[in-house]
Design a protein around this ligand. Structure first.
Ligand SMILES: [Cu+2]
Length: 159
C-alpha cells in the first residue's frame, strides 16, 4: 500500500507543481527538479556516503554535488556511520525552515521524495531529474547534524 501511494505521489506532484506555476514555498514543489521514474534512459548513478569522523564531525562524501539541468540521476545514499542520518536536498531556505521544524519536533518523520532517512548500514535511493539551474543544498537535518558538518552545495548548471 505504501509503495503504491508513493508511486501515485511521484506521478502526480510534478504536474501539480507545473500547474501551480510556482516554485516557492510549497512542500510538494521543488525548485531543483522533480522525482524521476525507474527506467529513464541514460540514468547515471552517483554514490553518496554519510558518516561520523574520528574528529567528531559528520560528513557527506562527496562534499559537493553538481548536475546539469535536464539530467536524470540515481542517487545511491549509504549510511556508513553509527548514527541515524538523512539526506535531504532542497533550497538553502527550505532546508533552514525544515531544520527549525525538526528542532522543535525531533520525532518528525517524512515521506518526501527529495529525502531519505537511513539507519546505520542502510542504503537508499532517490531518482531525480534536475531542472532550473541554481545553487541548492543537500543536508542532514537531524538535530545538531547540520552544525556538525552535514551539508554541502548542490549546483544545477545550465545544460
Ligand atoms: Cu546526520
Amino acid at each position: 500500500m505504501k509503495s503504491f501511494m508513493l508511486v501515485t505521489a511521484i506521478s502526480l506532484f510534478p504536474a501539480l507543481a507545473l500547474a501551480a506555476g510556482t516554485h516557492e514555498g510549497g512542500h510538494d514543489e521543488y525548485a531543483m527538479g522533480t522525482p524521476a521514474a525507474e527506467g529513464a534512459a541514460d540514468m547515471k548513478s552517483v554514490e553518496i556516503s554519510m558518516r561520523e569522523t574520528d574528529e567528531g564531525t559528520m560528513i557527506f562524501e562527496p562534499s559537493e554535488l553538481s548536475f546539469a539541468s535536464g539530467e536524470t540521476v540515481r542517487l545511491v545514499i549509504t549510511n556508513n556511520g553509527e548514527l541515524e542520518h538523512e539526506f535531504v536536498m532542497d533550497t538553502v531556505e527550505a532546508n533552514a525552515e525544515h531544520k527549525e521544524l525538526m528542532a522543535r519536533f525531533p520525532e518528525m518523520e517524512h515521506d518526501d521524495p527529495n529525502a531519505v532517512r537511513l539507519q546505520p548500514g542502510e542504503t537508499g535511493e532517490i531518482l531525480w531529474t534536475f531542472k532550473n539551474a541554481g545553487e541548492y543544498e543537500f543536508a542532514c537535518l537531524m538535530l545538531g547534524h547540520y552544525e556538525s558538518g552535514m551539508h554541502g552545495p548542490l549546483n544545477v548548471t545550465e545544460s
